[in-house]
Design a protein around this ligand. Sequence first.
Ligand SMILES: Nc1ncnc2c1ncn2[C@@H]1O[C@H](COP(=O)(O)OP(=O)(O)O)[C@@H](O)[C@H]1O
Ligand SMILES: [Mg+2]
Length: 250
Amino acid sequence: MDVAPGIPVDPVISVRNLHKWFAGVHALRGVSLDFARNRAVGLVGDNGAGKSTLISILAGLYSPDEGEVYVEGRPVRMRGPRDAMELGIETIYQYDSLVPSMSIARNLFIGREPVRASLFGVGILDERRMRSETVAALSAVDLHLRSPDAVVAELSGGQRQGVAIARAMHFKSKVLILDEPTNHLSVKETNKVIDFVRSLGGQGVTSIFVSHNMHHVFACCDRVVAMAHGRVVLDRNIGETSIEEVYDVL
Ligand SMILES: Nc1ncnc2c1ncn2[C@@H]1O[C@H](COP(=O)(O)OP(=O)(O)O)[C@@H](O)[C@H]1O
Ligand SMILES: [Mg+2]
């Protein structure tokens, strides 16, 4: 792995020899990578290269058919997205990671709803706490929305990505995976996401930024990993490569 001299290699996630088949398609063909703490890695490659399959394994959606995933040095076998969340791995998908028909506050706490005991001992949602924490979470990522009760369907694409980002930051994820988060966003919203990814290392978050756009990767990542046909074909620190060199291997 390329790491500048003097910086200790402290991988928060490592994968070794990952293979994944889908009904005859060999989508991952022996992927091994280390994700160093507080660094942003750009993951690039053509359609079908295996990027989404790789991050779906890290997000707990798929199990590898072969190979190992290590989180902070420990081998893990995730059985679902909740296991990934508990390990501090949060994923923001290309399309909605949110439920459009629900409020911003409900979306922020989806799967982690705070409950308080009612008179009859039945747990009920602590809506007041959800609202106040949502307001704090949104302003922490500089997102100013009308009300935590607004329905997500009413938000723009950029605002929705903002809510997904606020959720990941609020629950203090260690690793944030962003799969094509700038697709369908305006230039202004895209720049906001890029600035955000650039700020993550300083906030103690390791990130994996999947993108088709090499300029976006070079604007916010420390390192670029290129995949083709289920394999890693290039792995360099951003300062030691160029957009042309990355295009050449794809
Ligand atoms: N759920 C699935 N079922 C069948 N084939 C899949 C599935 N997911 C991915 N694939 C196949 O695996 C390969 C890698 O896909 P993917 O990981 O989505 O690539 P990328 O995200 O780089 O575009 C492709 O050939 C794709 O068609
Ligand atoms: Mg993909």
